[in-house]
Structure formats: structure tokens, C-alpha cells
Design a protein around this ligand. Structure first.
Ligand SMILES: Cc1cc2nc3c(=O)[nH]c(=O)nc-3n(C[C@H](O)[C@H](O)[C@H](O)COP(=O)(O)OP(=O)(O)OC[C@H]3O[C@@H](n4cnc5c(N)ncnc54)[C@H](O)[C@@H]3O)c2cc1C
Ligand SMILES: *[C@@H]1O[C@H](CO)[C@@H](O)[C@H](O)[C@H]1NC(C)=O
Ligand SMILES: *[C@@H]1O[C@H](CO)[C@@H](O)[C@H](O)[C@H]1NC(C)=O
Ligand SMILES: *[C@@H]1O[C@H](CO)[C@@H](O)[C@H](O)[C@H]1NC(C)=O
Ligand SMILES: *[C@@H]1O[C@H](CO)[C@@H](O)[C@H](O)[C@H]1NC(C)=O
Ligand SMILES: *[C@@H]1O[C@H](CO)[C@@H](O)[C@H](O)[C@H]1NC(C)=O
Length: 600
């Protein structure tokens, strides 16, 4: 993959606040108290800041550790998403602890560090999750407001279905009535056809029992293989910075400060006998001046699955033994903070193909890249205007699978999946860079209903020290069983007649991995993550004996603090996570607005 950001910069096409409304660092701020302070401008935080500031009575400050997305052309060009992480100026550069399930490999764990958060660096696949996912969130939290049907109003606010960049006829690729055309984020089908699309669809006809066609997976019925949607409008990334922050930029009641890392929340008093956390310390970098900011109403943590629990821990909210070991005084003992992380493991499977029309050469050959860039610059079409997968699918293990003798089915429900397949017209493998020659197809597998749970914890009171991140990938019998079965399913998929003359031999250990034991070894050697970790500040029912936030997203045992980001999801959904996080953030903003009283 292209490893460095390309140097050229275009005229900026996203107009973000400039006349004093976008502050370049905390020392520029002229005001230190606001009704609400939102920490983190990713999927969750951008939604909350934009929705709260729709009410002109409410003053909002959005605090973001990273830089602006504005003017970074590679962020705007969809296919260049592959080059934005890991370990770049747009990334937090996290690495996991050695993963026992992955032969003790430690892997990079990218997180976006700029306006838009990870939605500014991700691969833009867009879905809402399954009906079962949200109904399960409702049942474990005993709050029917999280039910799928109730959440659809928030999907309406989030999605704006637009034509694909190449304006192709989309009949048969989606069900229009299942989409919204009035939301903030542009969503479209893939804007560049690839030679594998028709073969994938032909396989759904040829092997329809195992791989049925799904006419539209955004509407909650996710099972089967169909066309993939992406948060792209007019061949350009539609991140939360583009879809939510840019339109809100002119509001006099919304301030945004970048290069501002929140380092600690402080107790400002007691309310109803619990500590109130309405002050947040922010700084540009280690050693720079620290500014204290105060929220009259609430501080909203939207720092993400890694940022939110670590900020809680740095502030004395967490497991008392872990806090003591890190040298942090405990204010509220809650052993659930940072626990129950759940993630989708990713397993790349790559085949040589008999074609020169793959994306491999576009990203590797400077002359081809120039041609594609000129095309994208002209009208936003071509390979660069599209995302990496035109088709994907969600599949279940058979009911008779032997693992169900020992493991209760962990899927969210009978209409939810155990694993996913993504079809990619190029080499995709986070562990191994693409070779200098060759053309490839990847069937990327993801484990969707893991039973493994991981954790995150600070080891020091220094907010700039890296936390220990342990997603604990593929740590259970169920998880390894499912990935082994998924590999066999992928092999069956590409053995359909539709692939004859196109697919050649598999790359790496895939070709020779035949027995379950050999496939297991291949899985452990090659699995990575698809970067969907959630659950580290999980919601649970009011009064439950575990969990970090109540169903209204207020942090348990304290006052003045809510969490609105991926960390609240107690189970990783049947989706790439931005869509479900947008939905919960829309509802979160609604809950906060409903509680707003002009004079606290
Ligand atoms: C490489 C990659 C590819 C992905 N591909 C897809 C995909 O195709 N489709 C999909 O749906 N999802 C994808 N995801 C996942 C998706 O982007 C995330 O699940 C989602 O953006 C998480 O939203 P969030 O609000 O929880 O956190 P984020 O979007 O990560 O936002 C958190 C924000 O908080 C900021 N922050 C953190 N700590 C602090 C602090 N202390 N002070 C101030 N600011 C702070 C961060 O800089 C960031 O801007 C991908 C993720 C990655 C990394
Ligand atoms: C991540 O690494 C890049 C490249 O070395 C660097 O520019 C950037 O500052 C790092 N980010 C953080 C948060 O340390
Ligand atoms: C799109 O394709 C469908 C089915 O092939 C056809 O009925 C319809 O007329 C086409 N629409 C346009 C605008 O060409
Ligand atoms: C993790 O979640 C489960 C429910 O899925 C719960 O029973 C358990 O107590 C949680 N663990 C912690 C440490 O929060
Ligand atoms: C899409 O982008 C191109 C190139 O900037 C521009 O000319 C065109 O007007 C845009 N189309 C829409 C529908 O916004
Ligand atoms: C490669 O594809 C071409 C058609 O595009 C076909 O004629 C040829 O037989 C294929 N080669 C192999 C080895 O399958």
C-alpha cells in the first residue's frame, strides 16, 4: 500500500470555520466556559456538536486533539483511504499488546487524529447494522429507545443517498425505499465498476443456497451477498467533518478547537451525593500550557473506543487496582471501564488473477496513478473516486456446526451473521505489503460475532503515554472455529464456475492450507483487525452490576458526564461501525437536548 501521504495539496473544497471560530490551539480560545464541551470530533462527537448547536440557546465547544481535515486531498479521495494509516500524521499510531490468538503478534491499531476522527481515514463502507443488533442493545439496557424500529428516525437524519460517482443505473443494486435522502452523510453505491463485480453476483445465482443475493443490506436484513454502500458523495469522502461540521461552521454558538488534547477531567463539586466532573484540562502537546475549560451543563466524551476509557481512567474513574498501579487516585471505582472490548478480526485471503484491470497497478505505478488522479480531478470518477469493495456479504455458520454443541450461538439473533466476506479488486493484507508486480483479488473475511473480549488500560498518569490495548483477537474456540469455516466458505465461493479463467492460485499459505489444522495455523498467522473495536465504556441497564454508562449515556456514579461514541456499544454490530455509531450519536444528541434547561 502507499505508505506516505502524497505531497500535493489542492485548493480546499471544504470550508471550515476560519474567522476565529476554528481555533488552531487551546491558547487561542477567548472563552473557557460553555454549556457543553464535546471531547473528540469523530463519528460521535461531530454529530453531537452539530446537533446541539442547532439550538441557538446552547453554546458548544468541540475539542479535537488532531488537525483539520481541510485541504488534505488524500483524505478527500476515497481510494487514498488506504494510504492514510497506520503510523502517519493523521493517526494515533497505536499498537496492540502481543495477541495470543495470533501467534503473539502485536499489530498496528490505527485511529484517526483529525476533524472527522476515524471517519476521515476509514474505508467508508456504510451500513446501519442488523435489526437484531439494536433489539439486543435495547434488551440488555432495558431501554426500548435503542430498538431498531425506534432508531430508524436517526438513520433518516444520518443518510443522504446520492447517485454513485459514475452515475450508473443502480436498478437491482438497492431498494430505494430502505434509504433516506434527507440526512447529513452522503451515501452511494460504488462509483467504479470492477471486473469481479459481475462474477460475485453470478456466484450468488450459481451457489444461491450458501451465498444468496441480498438486494439491500442497509435496511436491517443483512444476510447474503450484495452491493456495498459507502459514505461517499460525488466521488469524495463524506466524513463527519464534511457532513456535520462543515454545514454547522457558520454558527456563532459553536466553537471548534483543534490541536487540543483533553488530558484529564476534574471534579467540580458534588451533586446528589456523587462527584460532578464539569472541568476538562486540555493542552496542545506535552509541555505546552494546560487550559481548564468548564461546562455549565455537561461534558460529552466522544474520544472513541480507546480515547474515552483512557480519559476516564486518567481522571480516576476505573478499576481501583489498575488506577493505583498507574499512580492515579481513584474517584469512582468502576471495574468495567476499559473492559469488554469487542472487535471484528480480519483475515485477508488473496488470489492471483488473470486480469490487468485491478487497482494494484493504480496505486503502485506512478504513471497509472497520474492518469487516475487526472480523471478524479476532472469529474471525481475512476478508481480513485471509489471505495475498496463493490460487493460484500454477511453469512452464518450452518445450524449443524459442531461448535454449537459447546458454544451458545453468540450472533445478535437468527437474522444476524457470524462472518463477513468483502470482495476487493486488489491485494489487501495489513500484514504484508503488496508485491511489486502481479494482479490480485482479495476475499477479506471478518469475524462478526466474536466471543473473545479485550481490554484497554493506562499504565501511567501521563496522558501522553500509550495505553495497553489488548483486543484479544481470536482467543476462543468459537472464534477460531468460525474463521476456519469462513476460509473454507471463501474457497467454495471462488471455486464457482463464474471464476473460471479469472482466479488463479492463492497467495501465501492459503493454497496449501487444506486440513482444519493447517487452516487454523494459516488463520493465526494472518489475522489482523478491521478496526471496529467497541464496548470499552459499555452501556448497561440502570442499576446493573456492571457497565460504564446508563442507557441515557450518562456515566454511572458521577454527574455531568456522558459518553457518545463507539465505546458505549456492548456488542460489536453486524456492520462496519461508523453507521451504527452515527445512529447512536444522533439519539445521544437527542437525549442531551431533551435534558437541556437554559439555566442550570
Ligand atoms: C483504517 C480504518 C478503516 C475503517 N473502515 C471503516 C469502514 O469502511 N466503514 C465503517 O463503518 N467503519 C470503518 N472504520 C471504523 C470507524 O471509522 C470507527 O468505528 C468510527 O469512526 C468510530 O467513531 P468514534 O466516534 O467512536 O471514534 P473516532 O471516529 O475515532 O473519533 C474519536 C475522535 O476523538 C479524538 N480524540 C481522542 N482522544 C482525544 C483526547 N484525549 N482529546 C481530544 N480529542 C481526542 C480523536 O482524535 C478522534 O478525532 C475504520 C476505522 C479505521 C481506523
Ligand atoms: C504518528 O507517527 C507519525 C509518523 O511518524 C508522526 O508524524 C505523528 O506525529 C505520530 N502521531 C502521534 C499522535 O504521535
Ligand atoms: C435502469 O435499468 C432498468 C432495468 O434494466 C430499466 O428498467 C430502467 O429504465 C433504467 N433506467 C434508466 C434511467 O436508464
Ligand atoms: C462484560 O459484559 C458482560 C455482559 O455481556 C457482563 O456480564 C460482564 O459483567 C461485563 N464485564 C465487565 C468487567 O464489565
Ligand atoms: C462533482 O464534482 C465535480 C468536480 O469538482 C464538479 O464539477 C461537479 O459539479 C460535482 N457534482 C455535484 C453533483 O456536486
Ligand atoms: C485469461 O483470460 C483470457 C480472457 O480474458 C482467456 O482467454 C484466457 O484463457 C485466460 N487464461 C487462463 C490461464 O485462464
Amino acid at each position: 500500500m502507499v505508505t506516505s501521504l502524497l505531497p500535493w495539496v489542492f485548493a480546499s473544497f471544504f470550508i471550515l470555520p476560519s474567522s476565529g471560530k476554528l481555533y488552531q490551539n487551546p491558547s487561542q480560545l477567548v472563552k473557557t466556559d460553555y454549556d457543553y464541551i464535546v471531547v473528540g470530533a469523530g463519528a460521535g462527537g461531530a454529530v453531537v456538536a452539530a446537533r446541539l448547536s442547532e439550538d441557538p440557546r446552547i453554546s458548544v465547544l468541540l475539542v479535537e486533539a488532531g488537525i483539520s481535515n481541510e485541504g488534505i486531498t488524500d483524505v478527500a479521495i476515497p481510494l487514498m483511504g488506504l494510504s492514510l494509516t497506520p503510523n502517519t500524521m493523521l493517526d494515533w499510531n497505536f499498537t496492540t499488546t502481543p495477541q495470543p490468538g495470533l501467534n503473539n503478534r502485536a499489530i498496528a491499531y490505527p485511529r484517526g487524529r483529525l476533524l472527522g476522527g476515524s471517519t476521515s481515514v476509514n474505508y467508508m463502507v456504510y451500513m446501519r447494522g442488523s435489526e437484531d443488533d439494536f433489539n439486543r442493545y435495547a434488551s440488555v439496557t432495558k431501554d426500548s429507545g435503542w430498538k431498531w424500529d425506534h432508531m430508524q428516525q436517526y438513520a433518516q437524519r444520518n443518510e443522504n443517498l446520492v447517485s454513485p460517482g459514475d452515475q450508473h443505473n443502480t436498478t437491482g443494486q438497492l431498494i430505494p425505499s430502505q434509504h433516506s435522502t434527507s440526512g447529513a452523510i452522503s451515501v452511494s453505491l460504488a462509483g467504479n465498476p470492477t471486473p469481479i463485480d459481475s462474477r460475485v453476483i453470478a456466484t450468488t445465482r450459481e451457489l444461491s443456497d450458501e451465498f444468496p443475493f441480498n438486494p439491500d443490506m442497509v435496511g436491517g436484513n443483512i444476510l447474503g451477498i450484495g452491493w456495498s454502500f459507502a459514505s461517499i458523495g460525488n466521488g469524495t469522502r463524506s466524513s463527519s467533518a464534511v457532513g456535520y461540521l462543515a454545514p454547522a461552521a457558520g454558527r456563532s454558538n459553536l466553537d471548534v478547537v483543534i490541536n487540543a488534547q483533553a488530558t484529564k477531567l476534574e471534579v467540580t463539586g458534588k451533586v446528589r451525593n456523587v462527584p460532578s466532573f464539569r472541568r476538562v484540562l486540555v493542552t496542545e502537546k506535552a509541555g505546552a500550557p494546560v487550559l481548564a475549560l468548564t461546562a455549565k451543563h455537561e461534558i460529552i466524551l466522544s474520544a472513541g473506543t480507546f480515547g474515552t476509557p483512557t480519559l476516564l481512567q486518567l481522571s480516576g474513574i476505573g478499576d481501583r487496582n489498575e488506577l493505583r498501579a498507574a499512580g492515579v487516585a481513584t474517584v469512582v471505582h468502576n471495574p468495567s471501564v476499559g473492559k469488554n472490548m469487542s472487535d471484528h478480526a480480519l483475515l485477508p485471503n488473496v488470489w492471483n488473477v488473470n486480469s490487468s484491470d485491478t487497482y494494484d497497478s493504480v496505486l503502485r505505478n506512478p504513471d497509472e496513478f497520474k492518469v487516475s488522479l487526472a480523471q478524479w480531478t476532472k469529474d471525481r470518477t475512476g478508481p480513485l473516486g471509489s471505495h475498496i469493495t463493490n460487493n460484500l456479504g454477511w453469512l452464518r455458520l450452518p445450524k449443524t456446526a459442531s461448535i454449537f454443541k459447546t458454544t451458545h450461538d453468540p450472533a445478535a439473533g437468527p437474522k444476524s451473521s457470524h462472518f463477513e466476506m468483502l470482495f476487493v479488486n486488489m491485494w489487501v493484507n495489513p500484514n504484508v505489503p503488496p508485491p511489486p508486480t502481479g494482479n490480485f483479488m482479495s476475499v477479506v473475511l471478518a469475524l462478526i460475532s466474536p466471543t473473545s473480549r479485550g481490554s484497554i488500560k493506562i499504565t501511567s498518569s501521563n496522558p501522553f503515554a500509550k495505553p495497553l490495548i489488548n483486543p484479544n483477537l481470536v482467543a476462543t474456540d468459537f472464534d477460531i472455529f468460525t474463521l476456519v469455516e469462513a476460509v473454507k466458505a471463501a474457497k467454495r465461493f471462488v471455486s464457482a464456475k463464474a471464476w473460471k479463467g479469472y482466479i488463479q492460485d492463492a497467495v501465501g499459505g492459503l493454497e496449501t492450507a487444506k486440513t482444519d489444522k493447517q487452516i487454523e495455523a494459516y488463520v493465526r498467522e494472518n489475522t489482523n483487525t478491521i478496526w471496529h473495536a467497541v464496548g470499552t465504556a459499555a452501556m448497561s441497564a440502570k442499576g446493573a452490576n456492571y457497565g460504564v454508562v446508563d442507557p441515557d449515556l450518562k456515566v454511572k456514579g458521577v454527574d455531568g458526564l456522558r459518553v457518545v461514541d463507539g465505546s458505549i456499544l456492548p456488542f460489536v454490530p453486524n456492520a462496519h461501525t461508523e453507521g451504527p455509531i452515527y445512529l447512536i450519536a444522533e439519539r445521544g444528541a437527542d437525549l442531551i437536548k431533551k435534558d437541556f434547561r437554559p439555566h442550570p
